[in-house]
Design a protein around this ligand. Structure first.
Ligand SMILES: [Zn+2]
Ligand SMILES: [Zn+2]
Length: 113
């Protein structure tokens, strides 16, 4: 395998987690103070980090840091694992060798309610 393919050292497992559309979300939801699915207020103990999301707008880019409650965050991660495994040859052959699949499983374990 050529060396160039190793140019993505960090796997962004968070990017595989499907989030609801940003339109109509409250400011609390956009900055991670409330669950992005159910708008329940979050504390550091209850929040599940969903990673930084970059968004494009007319004058450049901006980032949001969405978070979810454990119920919805965990559910979305289980869904992401299923979605990924269904289209990843590596996960079919040998799941333990897929960096992305393993990263998702780690996130899911940490988010268990
Ligand atoms: Zn929620
Ligand atoms: Zn995989």
């Amino acid at each position: 395998m050529p060396a160039e393919t190793a140019s993505t050292p960090t796997v962004d497992a968070h990017a595989l987690i499907m989030l609801p559309p940003l339109d109509g979300l409250s400011e609390e939801q956009l900055r991670g103070a409330a669950c992005i699915w159910c708008s329940e207020g979050l504390t550091t103990d209850t929040a599940v980090d969903l990673g930084e999301r970059r968004h494009r707008r007319l004058d450049g880019h901006y980032s949001t840091f969405p978070r979810g409650c454990r119920t919805h965050g965990h559910r979305a991660m289980v869904q992401a694992i299923h979605d990924h495994a269904g289209m990843c040859e590596q996960c079919v052959d040998a799941p333990e060798t897929c960096d992305l699949g393993m990263a998702l499983v780690r996130l899911e374990k940490a988010a268990r309610p």
